[in-house]
Each structure stands twice: as structure tokens, then as C-alpha cells.
Write a protein that binds this ligand. Sequence first.
Ligand code: T5A
Ligand code: NA
Length: 213
Amino acid sequence: ESATAGPGRGALIVFEGIDRCGKSTQCSLLLESLRKQGVRAELWRFPDRTTLIGGLINEYLQKQASLNDAAVHMLFVANRHEKREEMLRLLAGGTTLVLDRYSYSGVAYTAAKAVPHLGAGFCRSVEAGLPAADLVVYLDLDPEQSAARGGFGGERYEKVEFQKKVRSQYAALADERWLRLDASQPAEQLHGQLAAAVRRVVERAAAGEPLGQ
Ligand code: T5A
Ligand code: NA
């Protein structure tokens, strides 16, 4: 590779896993360590409950509104697409984005509902056009363990039986490029296990490796 590339771009790093597996904790630890290393970085979460669409999703998750499975799926999808241009702009400008959930949540949670017209293939297809993750960190945890963690049980999908189905969907989605970590470990230990993979993708992005779709 020649050294002619410009300033490069930021990396897109995604955290996935069932409810309460520890994503937000790891995202915060990662953001902090990236910034300490002088990497410009932002932390986003999906659903982004602050937009108009995100407000509807929030009502649905908190069981204040009912929507059918297709309708709420499209809202989750729209909530990512509405952020597309801002994501692309930040990445192109050299900011690394750490995402607490992304397209894979859309596929895993909806496919777990086993609605015939909302299978994994359909769910994947409507993510087209969104930037692809440079790294997916999958925090794998037994739903019995996540259920025992603080705060579990309030929102719509927080039921052990459903979480088991979501976990199976993630297992089907995961490919060899995912970094799968045993999320039952202490938070600091997990954080240490993802440092090398993160460094690699941040360096590649900075060197100008093109963003996937
Ligand atoms: N959804 C989302 C869809 O159906 N379709 C979609 O397209 C998208 C994007 C929203 C819901 O929407 C669904 C998925 C979800 O059901 P959310 O707001 O992201 O999801 O909710 P959660 O995934 O449940 O997020 P939480 O913030 O509740 O859980 P986290 O982020 O996984 O976990 P965290 O870090 O907050 O930790 C949970 C608890 O565990 C402790 C923490 O202190 C906290 O008490 N903890 C640990 N304990 C032991 N060991 C560790 N390593 C720990 N790490 C954290
Ligand atoms: Na939750």
C-alpha cells in the first residue's frame, strides 16, 4: 500500500448481544479508552430514542403503544436509515463510531419472533445501503444470567424465553469475523479482550481501507 492516502476515516465498531449482556458498559469503557489514546470517537445507541421515530419505538418497548411486528420492525430500520448520512459524514471526517446495537439487532430480534414474512433474509435486505461494521463485538451470555442482572424485566422483550430465541438468531448470524466474547466475565476483563481487535480496525480505517456496505 502506498502512503498517499489522505487522513483516512473513522472505524465503525458495533456491540451486539441479548438484553442486559453488558453492551452499554463495554461501549463506555471503549469510548473512554479510545479518547485516552487520542482517537476521535463518539458513542451512539440504536434505537436512538431521541428522534421522532425513536420516540415511537420507545413507547412500544415500554409497552405504552402497541404495533404489529412488521410495523415496529420498519421503525427500527427507519431509525437506522435516518442516521445514515450523519454516520457517513462522521466516519468520512475521521471520527470512530462505537455503536450500542445496530442492524444485527434488527435481524436477530425480529427473526426470533418467527413471523413467516419477517425472516432473517427479509430483515437483512432492508438494511441495504447502511454502512457495514468494521468490527462486530458479540457479547454472548446465557439469558438466565442476564436476567439475574440489575434492571431486567421492564421492557417488552425482556423475557428469558424470548431472549433464548434471540441468542439462537445471533448464533446463526455470527460469522468468523465477529469477535465473540464470553460476557459472563468481569467488565474490565472483557474490555481488555477487545483492545487488540479494536486497534486493528481503527488503524486500517485510518489507513484508508474502504467502508463496506
Ligand atoms: N431492538 C433493538 C430490536 O428489536 N430491533 C432493533 O433493530 C434494535 C436496534 C432496546 C430493545 O430493542 C430491541 C433490543 C432491545 O430489546 P436497549 O435499549 O439497547 O434495547 O436495551 P438493552 O439491550 O436491554 O440494553 P441495556 O442497557 O438494558 O443492557 P446492556 O447495555 O447490554 O447492559 P449494561 O451494560 O447496561 O449492563 C446491564 C447490567 O449488568 C451489569 C450492569 O452494571 C447493569 O446492571 N453488568 C455486568 N454485570 C456483570 N458482569 C459484567 N461484565 C457486566 N457488565 C454490565
Ligand atoms: Na433493556
